[in-house]
Design a protein around this ligand. Structure first.
Ligand SMILES: Cc1cc2nc3c(=O)[nH]c(=O)nc-3n(C[C@H](O)[C@H](O)[C@H](O)COP(=O)(O)OP(=O)(O)OC[C@H]3O[C@@H](n4cnc5c(N)ncnc54)[C@H](O)[C@@H]3O)c2cc1C
Length: 329
């Protein structure tokens, strides 16, 4: 749970290639756990690692890196998802504290998280330099649990509201400078997109492996179904998509490790890996036939889980927005 956290803060001290490997391998088996791993590492822990001061890092990172504490990260609100900069949750200065009021929704570990990084408005609507990120600990008065979503997939990864009612948070819990919160969040998401791409990659690899194995075992018309070109060509296309996705992710991971800007590259990896995860999982269910539609085999879960990848941490449409802005500059 502290893959990217340096040893000095109790983490594993790895880079993005190892991080991607961890998420892919776990997501091949259970992508809900892959999602929770991604949200905990990239979002909450990653935000504190990138923008926390020394005191904040020493206080939170060792607990997060060892999973003694689980982290949440709240940007999305009921009326502002893709348009997160329009957020309504406000933080108002009050002596040594800020008072937070509002609600976040669709938050991974929103109820179970021990600590949350929360983006709030501290200035005018429409000003991207008028938002501030706070660390809020569970148990802080006014930081309340909200509704738990009943989801299509990723059902083992908790998704809930987070409610703030006159929640007093000390100024020492501000991450970076007042007004920087939204800009920080966009930078955190650049890295986070690699983890959702890895999530899609793991789902696609898991679905492909299951489909290959099944196609060799299942016999129809006195031969394994893998002998039918309609099936083997489908497997060939699935395998090619999985390889292409891996290359895009590896390039982003490489650039991130080198400290390069990955705004366009991580959006490309996230867009492609998410979309092919849906396609490959769909093809895997088709190869399993009626059995693919049952809960006896893993492919129906891959099929349901994959869809999250095209939505969470920026929809596929928003990735296209990021990519098109970069190439049309
Ligand atoms: C399981 C799960 C876990 C999540 N975890 C977290 C979390 O931990 N923290 C967090 O902050 N958020 C989290 N989210 C929220 C997620 O990031 C948002 O759902 C996502 O950003 C989309 O926002 P929205 O749902 O409001 O959709 P909307 O923004 O309402 O989008 C609806 C549709 O309109 C399209 N659209 C919107 N704007 C444009 C545009 N400019 N051009 C073209 N099309 C557009 C979208 O692509 C989409 O198809 C999670 C969501 C889910 C489902």
């Amino acid at each position: 749970m502290g893959v990217l956290v340096p040893h000095e803060y109790g983490g594993s001290g790895f880079g993005y290639h190892e991080y991607v490997t961890a998420i892919v391998e776990i997501s091949k088996i259970d992508s809900s756990i892959g999602l929770s791993l991604a949200a905990h590492n990239s979002l909450c822990t990653g935000h504190i690692l990138q923008f926390g001061n020394e005191e904040q890092k020493r206080k939170y990172l060792p607990k997060l890196a060892t999973a003694e504490w689980i982290g949440a990260w709240g940007l999305t609100e009921p009326n502002t998802g893709s348009d997160a900069g329009n957020m309504k949750t406000v933080a108002v200065e009050d002596g040594d504290h800020y008072i937070i009021n509002g609600a976040k929704n669709f938050i991974t570990h929103g109820n179970s998280g021990d600590v949350a990084v929360v983006m709030t408005r501290t200035g005018e609507v429409g000003d991207s330099h008028a938002m501030t990120a706070f660390v809020v600990e569970r148990g802080t008065p006014g930081f309340k649990k909200g509704r738990k979503e009943n989801k299509l997939g990723m059902r083992a990864s908790e998704t809930t509201e987070m409610i703030f009612e006159d929640c007093r948070v000390p100024k020492e819990n501000i991450l970076g400078e007042v007004g920087e919160g939204f800009i920080q969040a966009l930078k955190v998401l650049d890295g986070g997109r690699i983890s959702i791409a890895a999530l899609g990659q793991g789902i696609a690899e898991g679905a492909l492996q299951a489909a290959i194995q099944y196609s060799k075992e299942r016999h129809q018309f006195n031969q394994p179904i893998s002998k039918f070109q309609g099936i083997s060509f489908k497997l060939a296309e699935m395998a090619t998509k999985v390889e292409a996705s891996r290359l895009l992710i590896d390039r982003s991971a490489d650039m991130k490790n080198k400290g390069m800007s990955i705004n366009k590259e991580s959006a490309m990896a996230k867009l492609y890996s998410s979309e092919i995860a849906v396609e490959v999982a769909n093809d895997a269910v088709q190869i399993f036939g009626g059995y693919g539609y049952t809960k006896d085999y893993p492919v129906e879960k891959f099929y349901r889980d994959a869809k999250l990848c095209t939505i969470g941490e920026g929809t596929s449409e928003i990735q296209k927005l990021v990519i098109s802005r970069a190439i049309l500059k």
